[in-house]
Design a protein around this ligand. Structure first.
Ligand SMILES: [Zn+2]
Length: 116
């Protein structure tokens, strides 16, 4: 939940409101418009994985009836991504910076696209 570059600046100003850039080093969090669409990979992927394990474990493993297990899994599939939203964005930002670090100061300042 901190800046992937310096580790000091907070990513979020509220529960869903993200800071534009790091308070400590000026690192722009949004690399390009729509950048955080990629965080859905983490959010949807983890939600699907947990639900795909949870339902068979509760229904077939523990023998719980289908109705309540379906209701519990559906509720989980709605609430978990809302709670995980911030962590998914932080993971996506950290992953992106790890795979393709931005060394260009113009990009760090949010000055535009890639120069490669
Ligand atoms: Zn920073």
């Amino acid at each position: 939940m901190r800046c992937p570059r310096c580790g000091n600046g907070r990513l979020f100003r509220g529960w869903f409101r993200m800071a534009g850039r790091c308070d400590a080093c000026g690192f722009s969090y949004e690399r390009e418009p729509g950048f955080f669409l990629g965080s859905i990979y983490f959010n949807y992927g983890l939600t699907s994985l947990i639900t795909a394990i949870l339902y068979p474990a509760l229904h077939f493993g523990w023998g719980l009836p289908n109705g309540p297990v379906m209701a519990a899994c559906a509720t989980f599939a709605v609430l978990f991504p809302i709670w995980f939203f911030r962590y998914a964005r932080a993971l996506w930002l950290g992953f992106d910076e790890w795979v393709d670090p931005r060394d260009d100061p113009r990009q760090r300042a949010g000055g535009g696209g890639r120069t490669e």
